[in-house]
Design a binder for this molecule. Structure first.
Ligand SMILES: [Zn+2]
Length: 380
């Protein structure tokens, strides 16, 4: 007999365990225990229609407006959308129009992102724009107004809705990021919660991500200037830190130096401190990341050495980046594009330096540079 987990569709017996005479699934246990015989039904509920209106303190660019209308049209036609928006193009605001429409129809809306810090930030931002409606907020260890018509949460928290009231519109940002990307259980939970239409946003889609929906591209940043193209510098590994030092001594700027491992953060910080004062390092192991990021924002010649921890989600004015050992496998196309995307985001500083120091030109480096150039040439 074939048994299947009613949530994640796992059929592998290896993940099925018996407890008090009933089987449950361990593949998706981190979300909550699901018994094999459970009925799992996500309901649809109509909320009383309201006059919800959002307001913005600034004007959308003409391309943002165009996409905003397109997303609304797609939603009305029950068509899913994938928005490929380059880093720093202002993609959050382009979904406000469709959110407003869905809420006015009495439909339920969810906006989810992978990480907790970003969820909190997004909630604050959206709450100031959508004032006369209750918004639920959920992330690990926190839950507020779970039954609200409009929910903002981490992707992980979606499991709380899959056997409850689902959504007519689900918007998810950074779908290419951990933990959502390639996580079958999360993707399954996502599709169970989404009873209507979805909009997925990302700065780094690749063609195979686009299934069952329309791709919309926003290749220009809000300020309209081309994306800065990374410069490759070929250099043997043993010499890379010396080359790094030369660049840093020559160009007194605000830098983020990306390295592939936590150990290298320590090594490189130690090495640079022999020659320079304003150097610190951050990784998933450091407790004072926020302090150092703050230093970086405040000082015009500060050097922050980081793992890919800071590959996305931070915007710092007039920052420049160097990727050391960029031939390393952690630096895949998506990561490199995100890293390059840190530079030139602000209207006052639309460009800057991006160096990939590498022992050889990996495929991923080439794909990254090719994609950035293609986006700059695209006429949409
Ligand atoms: Zn399961």
């Amino acid at each position: 007999m074939k048994v299947e987990c009613p949530r994640c569709h796992n059929q592998n017996n290896h993940y099925l365990y018996e407890y008090l005479g009933e089987y449950y699934c361990r593949k998706c246990i981190s979300f909550s225990r699901v018994k094999i015989n459970d009925q799992r039904l996500t309901k649809r509920v109509k909320y009383s229609c309201q006059t919800v209106k959002y307001h913005l303190d600034f004007q959308l660019s003409s391309r943002q407006l165009e996409i905003s209308h397109q997303l609304l049209q797609n939603y009305i036609n029950r068509k899913n959308s994938f928005v490929w928006a380059v880093c720093g193009s202002g993609k959050t605001e382009i979904v406000f129009e469709v959110i407003q429409y869905a809420l006015q129809q009495g439909e339920r809306v969810c906006f989810c992102i992978p990480r907790k810090e970003l969820v909190k930030e997004l909630y604050q931002r959206i709450r100031t724009c959508f004032q006369n409606i209750d918004i639920g907020l959920l992330y690990g260890g926190y839950e507020e107004k779970k039954n609200a018509q409009f929910i903002i949460c981490t992707m992980h928290q979606l499991y709380k809705f899959e056997n409850d009231i689902g959504f007519d519109l689900v918007i998810s940002d950074e779908v290419d990021a951990f933990p959502f990307y390639k996580n079958e259980v999360l993707e399954e939970i996502f599709s169970r919660c989404c009873l209507g239409t979805f909009i997925k946003l990302s700065a780094t889609f690749v063609p195979k991500d686009i299934q069952n929906g329309e791709l919309i591209i926003m290749n220009r940043r809000y300020h309209g200037v081309d994306l800065p193209v990374p410069q490759k510098i070929l250099c043997p590994q043993w010499l890379q830190r010396w080359l790094l030092l030369i660049i840093l001594l020559k160009k007194r700027k605000r830098w983020i130096v990306y390295v592939p491992t936590i150990q290298l953060v320590e090594d490189i910080v130690h090495f640079l401190k022999l020659f320079k004062r304003n150097v610190e390092g951050v990784s998933s192991k450091s407790f004072d990341s926020q302090t150092y990021i703050h230093h970086l924002k405040k000082s015009s010649h500060f050097i922050l050495v980081s793992t890919t921890l800071l590959e996305r989600g931070i915007t710092i004015e007039d920052v420049h980046v160097i990727v050391l050992y960029s031939e390393h496998q952690v630096f895949d196309e998506r990561t490199l594009i995100q890293i390059a995307g840190r530079v030139g985001r602000k209207p006052n500083y639309t460009t800057g330096d991006i160096y990939f120091i590498t022992a050889h030109f990996s495929k991923e480096i080439q794909k990254c540079i090719h994609t950035i150039k293609k986006l700059n040439q695209m006429n949409v």
